[in-house]
Design a protein around this ligand. Structure first.
Ligand SMILES: [Zn+2]
Length: 145
């Protein structure tokens, strides 16, 4: 599970053949309803037994409340819809729910690892879950959990 950032490829994980790795992506590498759906299919149908949660430095998902407010206003302006309408279209009540912004990548990766590891539909499967942060400047790949 990783972010949408194109700098994170299977090579970052030391996997030369992209066919050896299923990559689930969403902004910030978060456990969301859709990433959970994909994880369950990967585990139960594709027999995935090792999950790497990989965040990275300089992530666009690192969003303060102020940045999330700016982003909703940017979307609102470009889509010619008031922010309230944008939130309604997204099916959420506020910008935090819309963007799920976080500030600390390591903490977010640890949170995601914990959520995945302890999920009642995943934990019985004996799946190994670990967390990493990819430093986009140095190219260093650090295991944090
Ligand atoms: Zn990112």
């Amino acid at each position: 599970m990783t972010c949408i950032d194109c700098r994170i490829t299977s090579n970052v994980f030391g996997v030369e053949d992209p066919g050896e790795m299923t990559i689930l992506r969403n902004a910030g590498a978060l456990l969301t309803p859709d990433s959970l759906r994909s994880l369950l299919i990967a585990i139960y149908e594709l027999h995935v037994r090792n999950i790497f949660v990989c965040g990275h430095t300089q992530c666009g998902g690192q969003m303060s409340q102020r940045r999330m407010d700016k982003t909703i206003n940017k979307i609102s302006k470009q889509a010619h819809s008031p922010p309230e309408t944008v939130l309604k279209i997204l099916g959420v009540k506020n910008v935090s729910q819309a963007f799920l912004g976080f500030e600390d990548v390591s903490q977010q990766v640890m949170k995601t690892v914990s959520l995945v590891k302890n999920h009642p539909l995943i934990s019985p499967m004996g799946v190994h879950v670990s967390g990493f942060v990819y430093d986009t400047q140095s190219g260093e790949f650090v295991k944090i959990l």
